[in-house]
Design a protein around this ligand. Structure first.
Ligand SMILES: Nc1ncnc2c1ncn2[C@@H]1O[C@H](COP(=O)(O)OP(=O)(O)OP(=O)(O)O)[C@@H](O)[C@H]1O
Length: 445
């Protein structure tokens, strides 16, 4: 019955005046109108009117929620209110991440009859390799991007937690680029290894003569980042004494240069990152709880590469273009199998290094398995073996079993070891007899 109801022409002409791309849909996902900004940015020549939003944006035959994705329209119909999601959409520029904001519109009887969808491309990340910033499409990566899209436009302090090499600095950059502060500076401070006195003068600046060696006045990084974003990398490494000063800056929005009594106003948005367990550090007394709450208004976890292994081929393509620019390097299927089977404890940074080394080892256009570090090839060989008799090593949902993990890690260490069996047993904390037993057991499988 709602399909028969025509939206008010005033509504359509209002949509046309909006600078952001908007479409109007009915309850059956059918696009009734698209404004000028949408037609300019998203239309591919063929009119979208009368087609469904899932077919146009995703090339699906069924609504997104039936294709395993979250559908803002279904959410809005259920909640009756505005809903936001981040989707990967087909656009004339290829697939792009698009922030969708959907508002239900009610008819005269008070029932939801239409939906207005505002679509804003999120340019800080791509699902394609031709991008200098973040690339990825795995569910855990998309979840993280969705959080970035929500938090970036606010001024909330964000804490990025993730293992080393997962791309925390790149994520901090993306948050800045997607914020209202993007036209102002992004200033990164590596807090690890900065002694307390240096930290203070670097961050807050100092006056001439404030300490021996302070031959001139120097503005601090807080000042350099004014209007923009201050990124504190390895925030868990900040000495306790400095944590108090940082807390004061965040609580009052003011600070003093070293050697000055003048109170200065800070205009920064704070993004911090750490791979350390801050909660445990609080329990141990090495990190202040009050500071933790100040820097952690909005936590975002950056997933390790092993939790987004489906992104490895995409990352390989993208990183190769960065580390071997100018060479048109490919990766053979065998080498790709090795890379996707490896667990990458050093995450994307390790993948990048592996590819850089492989590109130096390879004289032609194709990186083969033989160009990869030996350490990577071992677990792949065992993974192949376990795939052949896969059922034995894998649990019902396809995840490797504990035995499989132990076996792979064990063989990885064995193959990388140079030295006697006795030294190896010691390294693994096993008796020599147990080592022999495990070697027989695992190498026979
Ligand atoms: N999603 C991604 N897409 C493309 N490149 C990535 C991605 N994530 C990480 N990288 C690359 O991996 C490398 C490591 O990233 P980055 O330095 O941001 O990691 P990090 O988590 O800050 O590491 P650390 O904790 O050691 O400081 C960089 O070269 C970065 O360009």
């Amino acid at each position: 019955m709602h399909n028969d109801t025509r939206p008010l022409p005033e509504l359509l002409s209002f949509l046309d005046t909006l600078p952001e791309p908007h479409i109007l849909c009915d309850r059956d996902y059918r696009i009734i109108a698209a404004n000028a900004a949408y037609r300019a940015g998203f239309a591919t020549g063929r009119s979208v009117i009368g087609r469904t939003c899932y077919e146009v944006s995703h090339r699906y035959n069924v609504p997104c929620d039936q294709a395993g994705e979250s559908c803002p329209l279904a959410k809005g119909l259920k909640s009756g209110q505005r809903e936001r999601v981040l989707h990967l959409h087909h656009t004339p520029r290829g697939e792009e991440y698009v922030n969708i904001e959907l508002s239900p519109i009610r008819d005269a009887s008070g029932e939801i009859a239409w939906f207005i969808e505002k679509m804003e491309p999120m340019n800080v990340a791509r699902g394609l390799s031709d991008h200098a910033g973040l690339v990825g499409r795995a569910p855990s990566f998309q979840h993280m991007l969705g959080l970035i899209a929500r938090a970036a436009p606010s001024n909330a302090s964000i804490l990025l937690q993730g293992e080393s090499g997962t791309g925390k600095e790149l994520v901090a950059n993306a948050i800045h680029a997607a914020s209202h502060r993007a036209d102002h500076p992004f200033v990164a401070v590596d807090c690890s290894g900065l002694p307390e006195t240096l930290f203070e003068s670097e961050v807050f600046g100092h006056e001439r003569g404030a300490f021996t060696g302070a031959t001139s006045r120097k503005p601090g990084l807080v000042e350099a980042a004014s209007g923009g974003t201050l990124f504190l990398d390895e925030v868990g490494d900040i000495p306790l004494g400095m944590q108090v000063k940082l807390l004061r800056l965040l609580e009052t929005g003011t600070y003093r240069r070293v050697g000055s009594t003048e109170l200065r106003r800070a205009d920064i948005r704070l993004v911090s990152a750490t791979h350390r367990p801050l909660k445990r550090m609080i329990a141990q007394g090495s990190f202040r709880q009050d500071l933790y709450y100040r820097i952690n208004t909005f936590p975002i976890t950056v997933p390790p590469l092993r939790e987004r292994a489906s992104d490895i081929p995409l990352l390989v393509e993208s990183l190769l273009a960065r580390v071997a620019a100018g060479r048109r390097l490919r990766v053979s299927p065998a080498a790709m199998a090795v890379l996707t089977a490896y667990s990458f404890p050093g995450n994307v940074r390790e993948l990048r290094n592996v590819l850089e080394r492989a590109s130096l080892m390879c004289d032609g256009d194709e990186i083969g398995a033989e160009h990869l570090d030996e350490e990577l090839r071992i677990p792949a060989a065992t993974a192949d073996a376990s795939d052949a008799d896969g059922q034995r090593h894998r649990s019902a949902d396809g995840a490797p079993s504990w035995d499989d993990i132990e076996r792979r890690s064990f063989l990885q260490v064995v193959h990388a070891h140079r030295g006697s069996r006795k030294a190896l047993a010691e390294k693994l904390g096993l008796s020599e007899r147990t080592l022999y037993r495990k070697l027989r057991q695992y190498q026979q499988e």
